[in-house]
Design a protein around this ligand. Structure first.
Ligand code: PMP
Length: 432
C-alpha cells in the first residue's frame, strides 16, 4: 500500500523529501489525465510528471511508437538513425518558418539542466565572453552551473561557491515588483535598469556571453513575462550583440498554446532550450536549437552518453504528429480560457494575491491579506485538500506560496471543470 512504499522509500532514497513529502501517495498506473495509486485511489493528475506527460499518461499511440522502436534500436549514441532523422525533421517543422533554415540542433544529456549547460557553453565559446545575465525568480536546473544561473535563492542557499560571473536582474514580476512600482505606470523600469547596467563601463556588468530568460517563470510561480519587457530585452541584446537564450524547458512543446512561448512575444531568440515534454511520454531527451552563426564550438564540445535515446526520438516524432492531427494547441488555448474563467473568480478572496497563467500552466498566488507575506502554509493546505478530493497539484514560487497546475495538453473540458471545482473549493475552505 502507499504508506508502506513511502516508508520504504524514506529509508533508502533522499528523494522521499521532495514531491512525496506533500503528496503522500505511491503511484501504480496512469491513463490520460488520471493516475491511480497502489491502493486503487484515482486522481486527476495536474502535475503530469512536472510537465513532462504533455499528452497524458500512456497515450496509446505514443506507447505503440515506443514499443515498436524498442524492437528495433534503443540507444544509438551519435550515429545517424532513421528515428533521429524523423525527430529532427518533426521538431524543425514546428518552428516559425523564418527560423527553420538558419538553425542547428544539438542533442544534450537527458535533462533540461544539461541542455541549459550546453546553451551557456555554446554562447561562451561563440562570444569569447564569460559572464551571463539571468533573472530573479528564474529556475534553470540543479547542476552547479544551472543552479548558479537560477534566481530562486532558497534552492542554492546551502550550496556555497557556485559558478561565478552570473548577474541577476529583476524579472517583470509585477505582482511583486522588486522596487515597488505599479505595473501600469512603471514603463518597464526593470529592463531599463538592465539596459543602463550593460552600457555602463564604470559601474555596470561586463558584456555577457548570453542573456538567459524564461518566457513564463515556471518554478518561480507561473510568472508570465510582460510583452514589452521581452521585446526590449530582445532589442537590447541585438543592439549589443549578446545571444538571447530562452529556456523553454517548461513552457515549450505546446504548454502555453503555441509550440514555443516566445512565438507569442513576436521575438526570435538565438538559442532555444527544450526538454521535458519533447517526447510527450517521459522518455528523457533534451536539445538546444540555435542560430547557425553561433556554431563555432569544436566537435565534441558538449557530449554525454545518453544523447541518442531512440525511444525518445520515436515518441517525439509521434507526439508532433498527434499535436497537429488533434489540434492540441487549440485545445490548450480553449482549456486555458476555461481555467482562466474559473480561477480568476477566486480573486475576490482576500487571500488570493494573483491568478496568473498562459495556456495550460496556471498559478494561484496566496498571500496574507494583512501583511502581504506569502501564505505558504495555506498553499500547502490547499494542495493537501485537493489531493484528498482527488486532484494532484504542485506548489512553487516565493516560499512555495503559489498553487500550480500543469494539466495534460489534451485534457478534456469536463476534467478541467471537475479539477477547477476541487481547487476553488480547496481555496474557499479558507486559511487553516
Ligand atoms: N529550466 C526550466 C525552466 C525548468 O522548469 C526546469 C525543470 N523544472 C529545468 C530547466 C531543469 O530541467 P531538469 O529538471 O530536467 O534538469
Amino acid at each position: 500500500c502507499s504508506t508502506e512504499l513511502l516508508d520504504r522509500q524514506q529509508r533508502w532514497e533522499s528523494n522521499a523529501r521532495t514531491y512525496s513529502r506533500h503528496l503522500p501517495i505511491a503511484l501504480a498506473e496512469g491513463s490520460g489525465s488520471f493516475v491511480e495509486d497502489v491502493d486503487g485511489n484515482v486522481f486527476i493528475d495536474f502535475l503530469t510528471g512536472a510537465g513532462v506527460l504533455s499528452l497524458g499518461h500512456n497515450h496509446p499511440e505514443l506507447v505503440r511508437a515506443v514499443t515498436t522502436q524498442l524492437g528495433l534500436l534503443t540507444h544509438g549514441l551519435d550515429f545517424p538513425t532513421p528515428a533521429k532523422d524523423a525527430f529532427i525533421e518533426a521538431q524543425l517543422s514546428m518552428l516559425p518558418a523564418p527560423m527553420r533554415d538558419r538553425v542547428k540542433m544539438h542533442f544534450c544529456g537527458p535533462t533540461g539542466a544539461n541542455a541549459v549547460e550546453a546553451a551557456i557553453k555554446l554562447c561562451k565559446i561563440a562570444t569569447g565572453r564569460g559572464d551571463i545575465v539571468s533573472f530573479q525568480g528564474g529556475f534553470h536546473g540543479s547542476t552547479h552551473a544551472t543552479l548558479s544561473l537560477s534566481g530562486l535563492l532558497a534552492q542554492k542557499r546551502n550550496v556555497p561557491n557556485s559558478m561565478p560571473g552570473v548577474h541577476f536582474f529583476p524579472y517583470s514580476s509585477c505582482a511583486r515588483c522588486p522596487v515597488g512600482l505599479a505595473p501600469d505606470t512603471c514603463a518597464t523600469n526593470c529592463v531599463e535598469y538592465l539596459e543602463r547596467s550593460l552600457n555602463d563601463s564604470n559601474g555596470g556588468v561586463p558584456l555577457p556571453a548570453a542573456v538567459l530568460l524564461e518566457m513564463v517563470q515556471g518554478e518561480g510561480g507561473i510568472v508570465p513575462a510582460r510583452a514589452d519587457f521581452v521585446r526590449r530585452v530582445r532589442e537590447l541584446t541585438r543592439e549589443l550583440d549578446i545571444p538571447l537564450v530562452v529556456d523553454e524547458v517548461q513552457t515549450g512543446c505546446g504548454r502555453t498554446g503555441t509550440w514555443f512561448a516566445f512565438e507569442q512575444y513576436g521575438i526570435e531568440p538565438d538559442v532555444i532550450v527544450a526538454s521535458k515534454a519533447l517526447s510527450g511520454i517521459g522518455t528523457p531527451i533534451a536539445v538546444i536549437i540555435y542560430d547557425a552563426k553561433l556554431d563555432t564550438w569544436a566537435p565534441g564540445a558538449h557530449i554525454g552518453t545518453f544523447r541518442g535515446n531512440q525511444l525518445a526520438f520515436a515518441a517525439g516524432t509521434e507526439a508532433v504528429r498527434i499535436v497537429r492531427r488533434d489540434d492540441i494547441l487549440g485545445n490548450v488555448r480553449r482549456r486555458g480560457e476555461q481555467i482562466a474563467d474559473r480561477l480568476t473568480a477566486l480573486l475576490v478572496n482576500p487571500w488570493v494575491h494573483e491568478v496568473r497563467g498562459r495556456g495550460l500552466m496556471w498559478g494561484i498566488e496566496l498571500a496574507d491579506p494583512t501583511t502581504g507575506q506569502p501564505a505558504s502554509a495555506f498553499a500547502a493546505e490547499v494542495q493537501s485538500r485537493a489531493l484528498r478530493s482527488g486532484l494532484i497539484v504542485e506548489l512553487g514560487g516565493r516560499d512555495d506560496c503559489v498553487v500550480r497546475i500543469m494539466p495534460p495538453l489534451n485534457v478534456e473540458a469536463d476534467v478541467v471543470d471537475t479539477a477547477c471545482s476541487i481547487l476553488v473549493d480547496a481555496v474557499e475552505a479558507g486559511h487553516p
